[in-house]
Every structure is written in C-alpha cells, then in structure tokens.
Design a protein around this ligand. Structure first.
Ligand code: FMN
Length: 314
C-alpha cells in the first residue's frame, strides 16, 4: 500500500514538515511512502483549450496539450493508494499552484466523464483513458495558515477530490500555524491524519470520513451560496440544493433525497454532468464552424489588439 505526500508550501516550511509528519504516521501503519514538493515541478497553467474534455467525450483518450511535468506527477498520484495534500492558505483559500492543479485535473480526471469515455471508446474502438483514473483512492488534506483567514481552503481542497471521486478521510485547517512544528498537539494531529489515511487506503471499503461534520450532511462543507430572498442554499462543494434551517440555535442544511442523484460527487450526478458537457461541447464545435461565429470573432480581433508582454516586444 502506497501513500504519497504532496506539499504545496515553500521548501522545508510548515507544509513540508506536516506532510512528512503525516507520512511518518502512514509509515507506522505499514505504508510505502513518497514525498513530492510540488513547487519544484514544472506545472504550467491550464490554457482552457478543452482538449481533455473534447477527447474524452469523443472517445479519443485523455489528452492534455500542455507539455510539462504534470503527467509524471499524475502517474505518481494514480499509482498511490492514498494521498495527503498540504497547502499553505493564501487569501483564505489554497495556493495558486493548488488551483492550477485543480484546473489541470478537473475535467481531465472527472470520474463520470472518464467512465463515459471508457464505455464510448469500447463501443467505437477509440482510445480508452488510463484505467487507473477509475480506481478508488483515499485522500486527506491539511490547509496551513499564518493567520485565521481560512474560510475557503476546505472547499478548494475538497474540489480536488470531487472530480476523480476520491474519498476524503479528513480535511483539516490549521490557523496561526507558521511555527506549527513547535506545537505538539497539531504535530500529533498531522501524524494521526497520515496514520488514518493509510488505514483507509488499506481497507478502502470500510473506510470513512473522520473529520469535523461541517454543515452539509453529504460532503461536510461549511460554505454555501445563499439566496437573499429565501432560505434556499446551494452547497458550494457538492452542489446540492436545499434549505438552511435553524434548529435549536444551530444551522442545519436540509434537502430532498433526490438531490443526491444530482450531487457533483455522486456517480449519477457525474453522469448527468458528463452528458451535459457532451451535448454542449458538440453544439459548441458546430457553432464555431458557422460564418456568423467566425465573423464575430474577427470583429473582436480587429477592434483592439492585446498589449504585448515585455518579452515579446521588439
Ligand atoms: C501570498 C500569501 C497570502 C497569504 N494569505 C494567508 C491567508 O489568507 N490566511 C492565512 O492564514 N495565512 C496566509 N498566509 C500565510 C501562509 O499561509 C503561511 O505563510 C504558510 O502556511 C507557510 O507555509 P510554508 O511554511 O509551508 O511555506 C499567506 C501567505 C502568503 C505568502
């Protein structure tokens, strides 16, 4: 059983240290371990070319046009039975590099789209995506902040697991933690997360979330998109729609059972999304061939040219 630790922090900083602490816990549980300091890797931004979703929904594999070290990193992730991610908290959420990883892997790793693409390629004799994408995996997240601005980080972390439908074992935020290595309780918590993650990876079927319950009873998120005119609310992470209800001075989120079928992290919800993407992507490709579309793009091109960045100026 292999546990991969990924730190998004600076070299030998709080995130590297807590990631290694968690790996020590995983090792105690008998895991083979590996550590990645992701800032060292050449990971470029997503260009939004949508080659990944287009290739998947047309049965042509799982293509990314960026030529960097993402695929080598993906290989490590796909080979691991469990992954612990540690990100510094930047502007209340995860870092830019973490967001880049979310962008690069969001559509490409979506379990629903990949299952759909596998079926399609089998029917049409096309190219199947990497079968490891459809494997179960346990993951845990630690967000480590230098202050108490931390209200978005758990959702950012949860998004990374949502697309490939990885099971989240824990998703913890440590505030005021620049010197976390000097705080024995937090260090012990990090070690325990690694231990529990390895336990979950070794017995995936019986593993479950061990973190704080949060507010959304389905995905444990505490972040919601609220309607100012009613009690209607959308869970920011899993997308379930329901109502905010105050029960005995506590906030609860209640929703009809059928909403689970639409949730972004259930296979039924993913299939609905994959089908929607396929229909819209086909329409989009058709529209782009029309004269009207080409003329409009040309008009915007002619209207104003972008200011060249300094390295491209004569
Ligand atoms: C650009 C930037 C933004 C930051 N924003 C926050 C923040 O919103 N909330 C917070 O708690 N800490 C914030 N911090 C502090 C970092 O979270 C903290 O320095 C980090 O956890 C250190 O990680 P490292 O030692 O692993 O590099 C910020 C730091 C930087 C550089």
């Amino acid at each position: 059983m292999k546990i991969l630790g990924v730190s998004f922090g600076g070299p030998n900083g709080a995130n590297d240290s807590m990631c290694k602490e968690a790996l020590m816990g995983a090792k105690e549980m008998g895991a083979e371990i590996e550590f990645v300091h992701l800032m060292d890797w050449d990971i470029q931004n997503c260009t939004g070319c949508v080659a990944c979703s287009r290739s998947l929904v047309s049965g042509k594999g799982n293509v990314c046009t960026q030529k960097d070290e993402l695929d080598a990193f993906l290989d490590l992730m796909l080979d691991a039975d469990g992954i612990i991610f540690c990100t510094p908290i930047f502007e209340k959420g995860a870092t830019g590099l973490f967001h880049t990883l979310n962008d690069r892997l969001g559509p490409r790793m979506d379990r629903g789209i990949n299952a759909f693409a596998t079926e399609l390629a089998e029917k049409t004799g096309g190219k199947k995506p990497d079968p490891r994408i459809l494997k179960d995996k346990a993951v845990a997240f630690m967000g480590i902040g230098g202050s108490d601005w931390a209200t978005k980080v758990q959702v950012d972390c949860g998004m990374l697991a949502l697309s490939p439908a990885w099971k989240i074992i824990d998703n913890v935020t440590f505030s005021w933690s620049k010197n976390i290595i000097l705080e024995p309780e937090k260090v012990a918590a990090a070690r325990n997360i690694g231990f529990e993650l390895a336990k979950a990876a070794a017995d995936y079927e019986n593993s479950k979330y061990i973190g704080e319950p949060g507010v959304c009873p389905h995905c444990h998120s505490r972040n919601f998109f609220l309607d100012p005119e009613s009690t209607h609310a959308v869970c920011e992470l899993c997308g379930i729609e329901g109502d905010i209800v105050i029960n005995g001075g506590r906030i609860t989120f209640e929703f009809p059972e059928e909403q689970l079928g639409h949730a972004h992290d259930t296979m039924s919800g993913k299939f609905i999304h994959a089908k929607d993407i396929q229909v819209n992507e086909m329409k989009n490709m058709e529209n782009r061939k029309s004269e009207e579309y080409k003329n409009r793009v040309e008009a915007y091109k002619l209207f104003i040219q972008p200011t060249p960045p300094p390295h491209k100026r004569q």
